[in-house]
Design a protein around this ligand. Structure first.
Ligand code: IVH
Length: 665
């Protein structure tokens, strides 16, 4: 088979597996096998970019960095919907429809109102050409590379009977499960939590690195088909056809003959909607016939043929019994309100988040207050305000503690941050245990057979005070501990031993530098190659890494300046952990770059940064992380780091463009 045939075959195969997995929930091959095939395809496409297809599944992996999104004009304006809140409003809407049509025969399609971000996705000759945000309704941002990472959006569809140009619209969203996992991760690395899945989705779709978007498992429900030609007679037909074309059309819609059936739909979903993978804040009622829609037309803002019904936001009033303060792994203090249990949106609520000291101040909370709790788009209910009419005299005002509730250390609040921190990193029990729990998690050192309770016990017994102590554990230490038999001890020790093979990027994530999540750790690991180079990097050098900003750069550099952390790293090194980036086996192409050294900066037309690095090494060159007098070439892409360029100029290092580099091969 020639390369083009190989690429074609792999593309078709992988697209088929993707479709089966995301549309039909069938796994025909394991994730591992899938990734291997995808890697093969990626390699072939790098070698023969001319054969890469528009519908290649490698688009899903992302990796393209967009500096700024292009603003594009919508083919059809993206309008909003009028809102209704009760049965009377709906009856009024129905009346307007009846009068407007001047006939009594019509049907509605009811759908859920998904709470995410509206997306418009354009196709030309069956190929996805653009993904655009709503923007101001007239113009939106072109976020195509991000949209392509959504596995349920077809990159190419069979064009049978389809117009050359058409577009579909839908609601892009972050599934609640992804949102919760993401927030857990953010809490773990000391990041501010995201308010709700909608904000998280909106932020994610606007990210510059589509590789990060790809990892977030975003999704999109499609609810509209648009083209200049009349393809369908009814909305129902279009929904069925779009589903058949492979779009993710939520199968929650229903045809309703009259407003009573609409009300039954509303009632049904009032409770059922809480079982969906995303938040919904109402339903949308749309006239089914496109011909009838045309008769009714639009107002300046919204169609006359559709309306939204909003479910009332669910709130309850209850007694604030006390506030507890939790200490996180990074020493951040989170106030949690303990409430008299109250029923809200089908679940009993006993606790609510209060976020931070500012929030306590804003709400002017007093113990014994009656507070309103709401479960809007948020998962954890929050206190929205205090019922002042019910406030009794002489209640105790809630004051944020000055010292750590766990270890008594005076709390600090860093400039510009809303959170208070306990800085006693190595002496505050929940921080110590939290660090160990962070270290052993699956995405980090993946040490099996160690759970929260075991860590608690080991800590109490003085066996582990820091993750490096895990590597000093011996059989004799554990024998005799309550509930530990030979087998369970062996399991723990072998789990610890196995972790010595975990790749550097995961170790770097596991050591738990504030603001360094799994993705950032991966970027740092591949940029600096090993822990020594990383630990010596100045803030300025750290800022050269794509997507690394001031806050992370400062946190990383401070971390490595701390002697206690240096000692910790030295112990991990001595234990034999992987502290170097695993080199992918590089297939040699030639030796035209033999003996030459390169530094890469900026973004490139033909390569991802890592691919460029591989290309250099495959041709005998060496990639360094910093500019020095010994360096031969600085390969400068667009937006290359100004300080690198300046330094290269000063030291007389040749600065070459991507084209000049290609010419050297
Ligand atoms: S149809 C002319 N259907 O609600 C408007 N919109 O207020 C056509 N939305 O921007 C929109 N679920 O982001 C429609 N099933 C659904 C929807 C839905 C959520 C959002 C959409 C739109 C907003 C309109």
């Amino acid at each position: 088979m020639n390369p083009q045939e190989q690429i074609d075959q792999l593309t078709d195969k992988l697209n088929h597996y993707n479709f089966q997995y995301y549309q039909n929930s069938i796994s025909e091959i394991t994730d591992f096998e899938f990734d291997k095939l995808l890697e093969n395809l990626k390699n072939l496409e790098n070698q023969y970019p001319e054969y890469k297809r528009d519908d290649s599944p490698t688009h899903r992996v992302g990796g393209t960095i967009s500096k700024e999104f292009e603003s594009v004009t919508h083919n059809y304006p993206m309008l909003s919907l009028g809102n209704t809140y009760n049965a009377q409003d709906l009856a009024d809407f129905d009346e307007r429809v009846r009068k407007g049509l001047g006939e009594s025969e019509y049907e509605y399609i009811c759908e859920l109102k998904f709470d995410g971000v509206a997306l418009s996705i354009w196709y030309e000759n069956g190929v996805l050409t653009r993904g655009v945000t709503r923007g101001d309704g007239v113009r939106g941002d072109d976020i195509t590379t991000n949209v392509k990472t959504l596995r349920t959006i077809p990159l190419k569809i069979a064009t049978k009977n389809m117009p050359i140009r058409f577009e579909v619209r839908g609601e892009g969203f972050m599934p609640i499960s992804t949102f919760e996992a993401l927030n857990k991760e953010r809490e773990d690395i000391g990041e501010q939590l995201l308010a709700n899945p909608r904000n998280a989705a909106s932020g994610t779709f606007k990210m510059q690195d589509s590789g990060v978007v790809s990892k977030r498992k975003m999704d999109c429900y499609i609810y509209q088909f648009l083209s200049d030609e009349n393809v369908f007679a009814t909305h129902e037909e279009s929904l069925i056809a779009m589903k058949e074309m492979g779009f993710n059309v939520s199968q929650t819609w229903k045809k309703c003959k009259n407003i009573d059936e609409v009300l039954a739909f509303i009632n049904h979903w009032d409770s059922e909607r809480h079982n969906l993978p995303l938040n919904t804040d109402g339903i949308v009622i749309k006239l089914n016939s496109f011909a009838q829609r045309e008769v009714l037309g639009f107002t300046s803002k919204s169609p006359r043929w559709a309306i939204a019904y909003k479910y009332p936001s669910e709130a309850a009033s209850t007694l604030l019994e006390s506030i507890s303060y939790q200490v996180g792994r990074t020493g951040n203090i989170t106030p949690v309100a303990n409430l008299k249990p109250v029923l809200l949106a089908g679940t009993t609520v006993k606790r609510a988040s209060v976020h931070n000291a500012n929030e306590i101040e804003r709400l002017d909370l007093h113990i014994g207050d009656y507070v309103f709790v709401e479960k809007g788009g948020e998962i954890i209910p929050k206190i929205t305000n205090v019922d002042l009419e019910k406030r009794k005299p002489n209640l105790e005002k809630v004051l944020f503690p000055e010292t750590c509730p766990e270890c008594g250390t005076t709390l600090v609040r860093k400039e510009g941050e809303a959170n208070h921190y306990c800085m006693n990193e190595n002496g505050c029990p929940p921080q110590i245990k939290g660090k160990i729990e962070h270290f052993i998690q699956r995405k980090a050192l993946n040490i099996e057979n160690l759970g929260t309770e075991t860590i608690d016990l080991f800590y109490q017994k003085g066996l582990v005070k820091n993750p490096a102590d895990l590597y000093d554990l011996a059989y004799e230490n554990l024998l005799g501990l309550d509930g530990f038999k030979e087998k369970s001890i062996q399991n723990i020790l072998s789990g610890v031993e196995k972790s010595k093979q975990i790749p550097f990027k995961q170790v770097l994530f596991g050591i738990g530098i504030r603001f360094v999540g799994a993705t950032v750790a991966e970027k740092l690991a591949s940029y600096f190659n090993n822990i020594d180079a990383l630990s010596k990097a100045t803030q300025e050098e750290l800022l050269q890494v794509p997507e690394i900003g001031e806050r992370i750069a400062q946190s990383v550099s401070e971390y490595f300046q701390n002697p206690q952390n240096q000692e910790f790293i030295a112990r991990l090194k001595a234990a034999g952990l992987q502290l170097e980036y695993e080199k992918i086996e590089i297939v040699t192409e030639g030796d035209s770059l033999a003996g030459k050294t390169f530094v890469i900066s900026g973004t490139f037309q033909n390569f991802e940064r890592d691919d460029l690095k591989i290309k250099i090494e495959a041709n005998g060159g060496k990639v360094l992380s910093g500019v020095s007098g010994k360096l031969n070439y600085l390969v400068a892409g667009s937006e290359a780091g100004p300080s690198k360029i300046e330094k290269a100029n000063k030291l007389g290092v040749a600065i070459i463009s991507e084209e000049e580099f290609l010419a050297m091969l």
